[in-house]
Design a protein around this ligand. Structure first.
Ligand SMILES: Nc1ncnc2c1ncn2[C@@H]1O[C@H](COP(=O)(O)OP(=O)(O)O)[C@@H](O)[C@H]1O
Length: 200
């Protein structure tokens, strides 16, 4: 198993064992293992594209911290802590990124804005996604346990082109949501428009 330590400036002095303990308090083992794989994948992508490896690893490790928090807790935080009430029309799939960072700040104490932003954007995307944001967005989609056609195609694209890899993921997510008659958080559509390859 990987054993990366992160700079105290990013973790507020939490060592790796303490970080993993926080994750394991909130996640079942399958989801925890996924987080470790996304950490590894994010670090690889960050090295490949010259992004901040520690921020990528830490954001990858914590991206799904809030994935299994009870719906009632989310609803309370959305209603009481200044979130857009429109979020109540969506579910945990959308909340664990956009609202999940509230739990990460409150319970773990991580405060690095770039790490939190990458986690915030990892599910819905954002038209303004930075390279670090794209790395977390894509790492979640191409970690080694992902084997669907679109995931394999995105992994191949991510050898050279993070915007193309992000685009493949965005297209797949929208196709999936529509095929399954699921509600679409509109920011993903705006992100798709921003990432669609330009002609010529
Ligand atoms: N724009 C969106 N609107 C509604 N649901 C979405 C949107 N984008 C992603 N989702 C759904 O949210 C869930 C969590 O997505 P994601 O974070 O990518 O998966 P995971 O956390 O399992 O790696 C998935 O079911 C996904 O289809």
């Amino acid at each position: 198993m990987s054993d990366y330590e992160y700079p105290a400036s990013l973790t507020h002095d939490l060592n790796r064992a303490e970080l993993l303990n926080h994750l394991q308090n909130r996640l079942d083992d399958a989801r925890f293992q996924h987080c470790l794989r996304v950490e590894e994948t994010a670090r690889t992508l960050a090295k490949r594209f010259g992004a901040d490896v520690d921020r990528a690893g830490l954001a990858g490790l914590f991206h799904d911290y809030a994935k299994q928090i009870p719906v009632a807790d989310y609803k309370r935080v959305i209603m009481e802590d200044g979130f857009d009430p429109d979020l109540l029309n969506y579910g945990r799939g959308v909340w664990h990124g956009l609202v999940g960072t509230w739990f990460i700040q409150t319970e773990v104490g991580l405060t690095d804005k770039l790490v939190l932003q990458a986690i915030e954007r990892h599910t819905t995307g954002d038209p303004e996604m930075t390279l670090l944001d794209q790395i977390i967005f894509v790492a979640d989609f191409i970690e080694p346990a992902r084997t669907l056609d679109a995931e394999v195609a995105a992994r191949k694209a991510a050898q050279t082109d993070m915007r193309q890899a992000s685009y493949i993921e965005l297209k797949n997510t929208l196709q999936y949501l529509i095929a399954e008659d699921k509600i679409v958080y509109p920011k993903t559509l705006l992100t798709y428009n921003a990432f669609i390859p330009k002609e010529g």
